[in-house]
Write a protein that binds this ligand. Structure first.
Ligand code: MG
Length: 277
């Protein structure tokens, strides 16, 4: 598979992607710390922006033409690209938060989902939590596959296989992961499912944002009148987890996890290696 541009970064370019990755992680941690019933998505957005700027970064989502926020907040049947505003977080909601930071011209991109406790609806919360947990674990299985893959297509196969082993889920095809570097979205596409094309070679310098978007129902989506929010057509609940991950000469490193992914990858037999600075 040929690309118009070289998709592989140099060791010094990889080193420059560490700080924006950490700022992205910090913004998601700030949102985690601020989540409670009654908080607005715009308040969560402010927490994320403050965390990124405190580390000398800039929210890179604001560089998307027409987008004026630090994060995307996608609730229940919203899958991705939900716009922060006056909507309040309610008990039982499944909420996906996507954030990104730019430092020194390099980008990070990551997302997580959470379910707000609701003592009155235990079964509903359990079903949504399982969706979020399985989506998160599918991401980690994809990242683990990257550690030993020869081609990028193996990541999607690992994600699809894991989710298939867990239940009957919909894996979005309208939206996929991507390369990341000087731009937030670069080649190559990172599929969350098996495709015929085995994709580019996995070798040092590859940096990808892997981001399974998973539903409890079908995979069809539409975009709301706001021009951004992606919603499931059948109204089914959705989860979204994402990390930016670098492949370097000595191994892989999850740029948007403070520990490089060590804790989550340990059960999968993968030990991430810090990027030489
Ligand atoms: Mg992304």
């Amino acid at each position: 598979m040929a690309f118009r541009k070289n998709i592989y970064k140099t060791p010094s370019e990889l080193a420059q992607m560490v700080q924006p990755g950490l700022a992205t992680a910090a913004s998601l941690d700030a949102v985690r710390g601020g989540v409670r019933v009654g908080v607005t998505t715009l308040e969560l957005d402010a927490l994320a922006e403050r965390a990124i700027r405190a580390l000398g970064g800039e929210p890179n989502f604001m560089k998307e033409p027409g987008y004026h926020h630090t994060i995307c907040t996608s609730i229940n049947d919203e899958v991705v690209h939900g716009v922060p505003g006056g909507r309040v977080i309610e008990a039982g909601d499944i909420v996906s938060i996507d954030s990104g930071a730019e430092i020194g011209g390099w980008n990070g991109d990551a997302a997580f989902s959470f379910v707000v406790p609701d003592p009155a609806r235990v079964a509903l919360v359990a079903e949504r939590q399982r969706l979020s947990d399985d989506t998160e674990q599918s991401l980690w299985h994809g990242i683990a596959a990257l550690a030993s893959a020869s081609h990028l297509g193996e990541i999607g196969a690992a994600i699809e296989d894991y989710l298939g082993s867990r239940g009957s889920y919909g894996i979005l095809e309208d939206y996929v992961g991507h390369g990341i570097g000087r731009s937030m979205h670069e080649e190559p596409s990172v599929f969350n499912y098996r495709v015929r094309d085995k994709g580019p070679q996995v070798k040092p310098g590859l940096v990808v944002a892997i981001e399974p978007m998973v539903t409890l129902g079908d995979i069809d989506t539409f975009v709301r009148e706001d021009g951004w929010t992606v919603v499931t057509t059948d109204g089914s609940m959705a989860a979204h987890w994402e990390h930016s991950v670098a492949v370097h000469a000595d191994g892989i490193w999850v740029l948007t996890a403070v520990d490089g992914g060590a804790a989550a990858l340990a059960p999968l037999g993968v030990v991430p290696v810090p990027i030489p600075q």
